[in-house]
Unconditional design. Structure first.
Length: 370
């Protein structure tokens, strides 16, 4: 089976979708029945900058992404084979599935923020309002990272559930062996010894103003509260009222990111909407306590291994963070059993499962089934 996969999210500083694509591609190449992969970049930067595993073909022409999306939102030109070469299946990994001549289509829809939370997304993201239903109308099989997103698709578009495959994301093994940063590493990043952590793009959907306010209230009640550290690329959502008790590290990745998560007193995840939520699951893999928004998807992914608070309930968020910072989450006052339970939850999610469920979606698309 020849599969052309949109690898554009791998360019630049990969965040959630980029890490999904990287994990999926690596796991697909490791399957005994691995498809023949082509990674394509639908952007002016072209294919030369796409990182690819050994033996994986890279293709693509230098065409502005904005122009392509405008064309694909209104016409069936250019067909994707013009960019990727011949393929049996084309996988649009990030809401955009180009028109095809002969290839079957698979589309990943991560969430529906572009419809339900329009005030929190960019104008570019609003194009998905046209592109997603157009792709579905072209007969694409859809994959989602969670049952919550599948349910939302069915409720919003009246989509056929049999044509939507849930392909949960995974955790790299390195997260389970992560260790906290050394004192020198912390100093180089400007991070204190103890800290409350949030990881993700600095954008409105992450609800960082509520987190900053909850931390401010907590610090006012207890001056010994650890500072708040925000890790993620600069964006349009930096909290304007953040004071000196908030540290911005900027974008981090790889071992540095894993160490920062492993060293946190608690990871806060106050998002208003998510399609999956890798940061809290990765924190669980490190044995770190998690306080997350009470959403269908966070309940689905994190199970009973996290503490949940209502979106917008700043007092409840502050209270949950205070309990987590105290570290008294076991009856004996230690954290060994709680940490083990968190890691056990995280081990349920593997890139191998993501690859196998995605491959099943490819087969369904190729056979014209749901």
């Amino acid at each position: 089976m020849r599969v052309a996969l949109d690898a554009t999210p791998l360019l630049g500083q990969p965040t959630g979708v980029g890490r999904y694509v990287a994990g999926l591609v690596d796991a697909l190449t490791r399957l005994p029945e691995a498809p023949e992969l082509t990674l394509a970049a639908f952007t002016w930067r072209g294919a030369k900058e796409v990182p690819a595993p050994p033996g994986v073909r890279v293709a693509g022409r230098r065409v502005p992404a904005r122009l392509l999306q405008q064309l694909w939102g209104a016409t069936d030109f250019p067909p994707v084979e013009w960019l990727t070469g011949a393929a049996d299946v084309v996988h649009g990994t990030n809401f955009v599935l180009p028109p095809r001549r002969r290839a079957a289509g698979v589309l990943t829809v991560h969430d529906l923020a572009y419809l339900h939370d329009v005030a929190t997304v960019t104008p570019q993201t609003l194009r998905y309002q046209r592109l997603v239903p157009r792709a579905m109308a072209r007969g694409a099989v859809t994959v989602t990272p969670s049952q919550a997103t599948k349910d939302d698709l069915v409720a919003t578009y009246g989509a056929d559930p049999s044509r939507i495959h849930v392909t949960p994301l995974g955790i790299d093994d390195a997260w389970f062996a992560a260790v906290p940063p050394t004192a020198d590493q912390l100093a180089a990043l400007g991070v204190p010894r103890r800290y409350v952590l949030a990881v993700g793009n600095l954008e409105p959907r992450k609800n960082l103003p509520d987190l900053v306010e909850a931390h401010r209230r907590l610090t006012g009640a207890d001056p010994s509260t650890p500072p708040l550290v925000l890790v993620g690329p600069a964006g349009w959502g930096e909290p304007r009222r953040a004071g000196p008790e908030v540290v911005f590290t900027g974008y981090q990745r790889g071992e540095t990111l894993r160490q920062l998560v492993a060293g946190a007193a608690v990871l806060a995840f106050p998002s208003r909407r998510e399609g999956f939520g890798l940061p809290p699951l990765e924190a669980l893999a490190c044995g770190v306590p998690v306080v997350a928004s009470d959403l269908p998807v966070t309940r689905e992914v994190l199970g009973d291994a996290a503490t949940f608070v209502g979106v917008g309930d700043v007092d409840a968020l502050a209270g949950a963070l205070a309990v987590a910072v105290d570290g008294k989450d076991d009856e004996d006052g230690g954290t060994t059993r709680a940490s083990a339970a968190r890691r056990d939850r995280a081990r349920l999610f593997t890139w191998n499962r993501c690859a196998r469920t995605t491959l099943a979606a490819y087969v369904s698309a190729l056979e014209g089934e749901g």
